[in-house]
Design a protein around this ligand. Sequence first.
Ligand code: APR
Length: 389
Amino acid sequence: MVILGAGPAGLVLGNLLLAAGIDCVILERSSRSHVQTRPRAGFLAPHTARILDRHGLADGLHRHGRRHGACEFRTPEGRFRLDYGALGEGVGHHVYPQQNLVTDLLRHYLDRGGRIRFDTEALAVHDADGTRPSVTTRGPDGRPTRWTARYVAGCDGRHGAARRSLPPDTVRHHHDHGVTWLGLLAEAPPSLDAVGYALHDRGFAGHMARTPDVTRYYLQWQRGTAADAWSEQRIWDELDLRMRAADHGPLHRGAFLERGLVDLACDVIEPLRHGSLFLAGDAASLLAPAAAKGANLAVLEAGILASALTDALTRGDTAGLDAYSDRCLTHIWKAQEFTGWMTRLLHAAPDGDEPAGSFFQAALRRSRIASLRTSRVHQEWFADNYVGV
Ligand code: APR
């Protein structure tokens, strides 16, 4: 087995295959230190925790992760709290920075004798339509190398070699929600004991805990404006304004450790299989970050693929591989639908089909928020979709 990419998808897949006695090598473009330190997602769903628990990969999560089960919506009509962790499945998220999870997964993978090559970029996947696919790579010394295996798993994200190696008739759905976020990592303790979603005429603002000392904030941002266009002071003042600090208390401020722009766009590849090449994680589909589902979907797909590959390689049963694409696409489209709903809830006319100030869109959003605030059935639906994948 050759696995492209050492993110959540590639490392969960590698660990599960090793545990099943299947030899694999992970080819990772970046360095080990980069993979283990880059801040990404941090909200792990119950299903993700179950997969990690089942395979002995959840030690760090249980030691350092923190339970989380509430959202706080701050809107022109007032603030309300939704304890989603007490609804639906009755469990919330684990807050555990992804770089910590990736570090844990890597340690387990190496402890189990897993092979990985860092600073090794996959350039292309060849002969995927046959039974001896191969991957050409460029290593740290710049020399090309060819890796051959029975199957190749593309867990190398939306810009990786796996996507580039798909046949021209592959369907590539793409949707731009028309919204851009300025993502911020603040050296400051969380200001709420909930995920904060602020809906404001000036735009969306978001608050998500990462650790007791670091908090992720998002500001809806004018597309085309540079991330460093505003001073820290101006950004904190805007965050306070949109999160209605005057009514609900000021945010804990600190230096911004990281700034980055993210366009809320999404895509889905169909099918997720091309012969002996399988896609998982961001290589399979990209989700807008509004509902924190990307990493959880990546782990779910890695679990499904690991089970199917194990059946095929240890028992010659390829039914799981044949069903892989359709099975994962069902979960992907469910996640895309809810993420699209959340994006429309949090932003005025995000899809650009009407002017942002359109009365009709604003009235729809107020109605959605009112349902979320008052209807138990709607809150159950939200909880089920918010933590589920
Ligand atoms: N060759 C080898 N490795 C590559 C290549 C390549 N050509 N291109 C990308 N990579 C590596 C990246 O360096 C990265 O480590 O593939 C890995 C992909 O990891 P992620 O981007 O984390 O993607 P994935 O495992 O699918 O996890 C998806 O996790 O990062 C969060 O929320 C985020 O939705 C995302 C989710």
